[in-house]
Design a protein around this ligand. Structure first.
Ligand SMILES: Nc1nc2c(c(=O)[nH]1)N[C@H]1C(S)=C(S)[C@@H](COP(=O)(O)OP(=O)(O)OC[C@H]3O[C@@H](n4cnc5c(=O)[nH]c(N)nc54)[C@H](O)[C@@H]3O)O[C@H]1N2
Ligand SMILES: Nc1nc2c(c(=O)[nH]1)N[C@H]1C(S)=C(S)[C@@H](COP(=O)(O)OP(=O)(O)OC[C@H]3O[C@@H](n4cnc5c(=O)[nH]c(N)nc54)[C@H](O)[C@@H]3O)O[C@H]1N2
Ligand code: SF4
Ligand SMILES: [Mo]
Length: 752
């Protein structure tokens, strides 16, 4: 008998509701769920391929143990026994910092990994926590923390009501939105444009989104901070700023005005590659629009001025009077885990970063993490605190972080490595033990992260689509077992009791003497579901554990398979603010100070050729390349080269080229006395001529390079592509957020 179930798609931030038809353990069809309150029937080819992920013969079902250099399948007991044999002695001998944790993007999409990964990191007590955040959005979370007082308070565009949207460094037509959960961006954009809204895109490539726009401006990669400063300068210079109701909630206007004084449009034009009259015209157009929003995404983050650019995007929103206004950039209000709704509203502790620094490079900790680009050196460099063991949670740094081959070599030198991952891939092949998570169709799901960033306030819970295989633990149980091992309770600790204890600890922090009474109210649940139940009831829409009759509970959400709509985004200032001043901080000192470095870079000439990244609708970072319907078609891992640049180098369409990083003077010798950077290999890349990229810019996707021995990815390996991150510089990062520079890196491309 066919069954129809509903599940939130775990593959990207759009979080679409899927309607999944199954027959036995087989997926028969996947469609968009029309009654889903957030996505209303939308899905993309990746969501439709979830059945292929479920059926993929290469997806791991049993733990793997490395014996004499080869992987063998073992029982869960054997796998955990090996970890118990090897991990605790390392911790005992070398201390907590000897074990590093690397957390990848899918962890944000898996309930168990997100909620229990945090518990496990805490139990380990290591300062060596690395994640994809420092290859991605950390600059935005840092600037938001500094301006609004909380790392989760990131404003998102209110596309449904805006009249003008300025997009920098994002391609939502392909990515389906990021730090902005907006399923069916294309449909929403077309609806908006049909009612007269305009879209302007700033990108070094004429992207799929730029092609939908009313205007596209090429920008020199890494030039966003300069453009944004020019826009802000123009607003102030021409008297166009109007804070409106935000004025009384904003601090630092004078400091800001002084700080941006050196950055007139005429002064920044050459550095960002956009003529001054166009910058001034854009500022005037933004100021004239009754409802406008500015949105910057990964292209504005993964550059040396990533935090500055992220900050300036919201400065612009504030000066335009569009922050927190319908049609502007607004703060979602999530139903659960919305830490920015907790505590007294309107004022708070703000954020503190740099409470400690990385051992080798001295990079500051941000929100408890160190830069991913510090992982290799922390493993390589001897001395107290050296990383000797690694735990990866859905993380593939060999392909996703700059200096991939160097990371691979470092992983080989570890004493012990455990990966919680569903594939034997470029990173997990270095592990001693691989513990596979289950198919997403076997797991229940609740979005912890993305409702904090969604275009509309909704709440949904997905039951497992299929009954899980009886002997395959859920990811939260895997992590709980690891936690028991780390705590010295052993691999056969009573997980139920341990989970009860951890939950009670969590509740005690908030509820104190009421803990037992609170726990009694959710006594029928356990695991992540209990944490969700608690978070919903104590959240901003919740029944406050009975104190607000009719308030939200998990039971209500479970009874609504398409989810519950909690309404459009609504203004939240001043309530959302958690800065010590209780104001929006327009000019945080650390960001203003950083403008000195921006000023010093004003006259930096453009290198002859730089590389930027690219995403494709049928790809997802370094994975999903093993699913037939996503892997087929034209090869994706091609270098887009402007015909002018190709001609100058004797390159032809369909031919190949040799790509290397063009090393300028290095950051100085590393601890070993040599250049601290990972050396750049020469990559043979396939050339595609294309005048959608700016002259002087080539575009190559990341996440490829599936030709390494010992991996088990048959389809991906058939068309491996090359690893862009092998040539990127692993010492280049935004010094404030620790985020890697992935865009605008100088390269050489020559004929083979
Ligand atoms: N040059 C360049 N580099 C980039 C980027 C770029 O634009 N340019 N983008 C960066 C960005 S934004 C990101 S987010 C990172 C991503 O970097 P990573 O998070 O390191 O990479 P992913 O490709 O998302 O890798 C996901 C890993 O999770 C595993 N996995 C998938 N599903 C599951 C699951 O359900 N459970 C478990 N346990 N494991 C699972 C996969 O097998 C894979 O090993 O890459 C970054 N790297
Ligand atoms: N299909 C698909 N969807 C995805 C992913 C995927 O791999 N495939 N990955 C997911 C993840 S982890 C993330 S983080 C999001 C990312 O979501 P987006 O930020 O929308 O992702 P990109 O498509 O990489 O868009 C970045 C854009 O920045 C441009 N750019 C590069 N350098 C600069 C610069 O210096 N300045 C400016 N202004 N622009 C620049 C690039 O040309 C590119 O068009 O996508 C998510 N969704
Ligand atoms: S856009 Fe595609 S991959 Fe992203 S959540 Fe929706 S169906 Fe899944
Ligand atoms: Mo990402």
């Amino acid at each position: 008998m066919e069954r129809v179930s509903h599940r939130i798609c775990p593959l990207c931030e759009a979080c679409c509701g899927l309607e999944i038809t199954t027959l036995g353990d087989q997926v028969v069809a996947i469609r968009g769920h029309k009654e889903d309150v957030l996505s209303a029937g939308f899905l993309c080819p990746k969501g439709a391929a979830l059945g292929e992920l479920h059926a993929d013969p290469d997806r791991l079902r049993r733990p793997l143990l490395k014996r004499d250099g080869a992987f063998v399948e073992v029982s869960w007991q054997e796998a955990f026994a090996e970890i118990e044999r090897r991990l605790p002695p390392l911790l005992a001998q070398h201390g907590a910092d000897a074990v590093a944790v690397s957390i990848g993007n899918p962890a944000a999409h898996k309930l168990g990994l997100l909620l229990y990964g945090a518990q496990l990191s805490r139990a380990l007590g290591t300062r060596n926590v690395f994640s994809a955040s420092t290859l991605d959005q950390m600059p935005k979370q840092l600037s938001s923390g500094l301006m609004f007082g909380h790392w989760l308070s990131v404003p998102v565009p209110d596309l449904e009501r805006t009249e003008l949207m300025l997009v920098l460094g994002a391609n939502p037509m392909v990515s389906n939105g990021s730090m902005w959960t907006v399923p069916n961006f294309r449909g929403k954009l077309r609806t908006a444009r049909a009612r007269g809204a305009r879209l302007i895109v700033v990108d070094p490539r004429r992207t799929e989104t730029a092609k939908e726009a009313d205007q596209h401006l090429f920008i020199r990669p890494g030039g966003d901070a300069f453009l944004l400063l020019g826009l802000i300068h123009t607003l102030l210079d021409e008297g166009l700023a109007r804070l409106g109701r935000l004025a009384e909630h904003t601090a630092g206007q004078l400091e800001l005005a002084a700080a941006v004084a050196p950055f007139a449009a005429e002064r920044v034009a050459a550095r960002c590659g956009i003529p001054a009259p166009a910058i001034r015209a854009l500022a005037r157009e933004l100021a004239a629009a009754p409802r406008a929003c500015v949105y910057g995404r990964i292209g504005t983050c993964t550059q040396t001025f990533g935090t500055v650019a992220s900050w300036l995007v919201d400065v612009l929103n504030v000066l335009l009077g569009q922050l927190d206004a319908p049609g502007g950039a607004m703060f979602p209000r999530a139903a659960a885990f919305a830490a920015n709704t907790r505590g007294p509203s309107g004022r708070g502790k703000g954020i503190t970063v740099g409470r400690r620094h990385s051992r080798v490079s001295g990079a500051p900790e941000v929100y408890g993490e160190l830069p991913m680009t510090c992982l290799a050196e922390e493993i390589e460099t001897p001395g107290p605190g050296q990383v000797r063991a690694l735990l990866t949670l859905a993380s593939n740094p060999v392909l996703s972080a700059p200096g991939g081959p160097r990371i691979a070599a470092a992983l080989d030198s570890l004493d012990f490595m455990v990966s919680v991952d569903i594939y034997l891939n470029e990173t997990t092949r270095h592990a001693d033990v691989i513990l596979p998570g289950r198919s997403p169709l076997h797991d229940e799901h609740f979005d912890v992260a993305f409702p904090q960033l969604a275009c509309r306030n909704t709440v949904r819970f997905s039951e497992p689509v299929l009954p899980p295989p009886p002997d395959h633990p859920a990811e939260w149980e895997i992590l709980l077992t690891l936690l028991a091992i780390v705590r010295g309770q052993g691999a056969d600790a009573d997980l139920r009791r341990l989970d009860d204890e951890l939950c009670a600890e969590e509740v005690r922090r908030a509820a104190g003497p009421m803990t037992d009474a609170v726990l009694a109210q959710v006594a029928s649940w356990r695991g992540p579901r209990r944490l969700v139940a608690l978070a919903l009831r104590t959240g901003p829409y919740g029944d406050k554990l009975g104190q607000v009759p009719g308030g939200l509970t998990l039971e209500q959400v479970l009874a609504a398979p398409g989810g519950i709509d909690l309404g459009p985004l609504a203004p939240r200032i001043p309530e959302v603010l958690r800065t010590p001043s209780g104001k929006i901080e327009l000019a945080p000192a650390s960001l203003v100070a950083e403008l000195e470095r921006v000023q010093a870079a004003l006259d930096e000439p453009a290198p002859p050729l730089v590389v930027i990244g690219r995403r494709h609708l049928r790809s997802n970072n370094s994975w999903l390349h093993n699913l037939p319907s996503l892997a087929k078609g034209k090869p994706r891992c091609t270098a887009l080269v402007h015909p002018q640049d190709a001609a100058a180098r004797g390159l032809r369409d369909g031919g190949q080229g040799v790509l290397r990083r063009a090393d300028g003077p290095g950051p100085g010798p590393g601890p070993g006395g040599q250049d601290a950077r990972a050396p750049s290999p020469a990559l043979i890349v396939d050339i595609e001529l294309c005048d959608d990229v700016m002259p002087g810019v080539i575009s190559l996707p990341h996440g490829f390079g599936h030709d390494l021995p010992l991996t088990r990815l048959a389809i991906a390996a058939a068309r491996p592509g090359v690893n862009l991150n092998a040539v990127l510089d692993d010492q280049e990062r935004d010094p404030l957020s620790g985020t890697a520079v992935l865009s605008g890196v100088a390269v050489e491309l020559t004929a083979p």
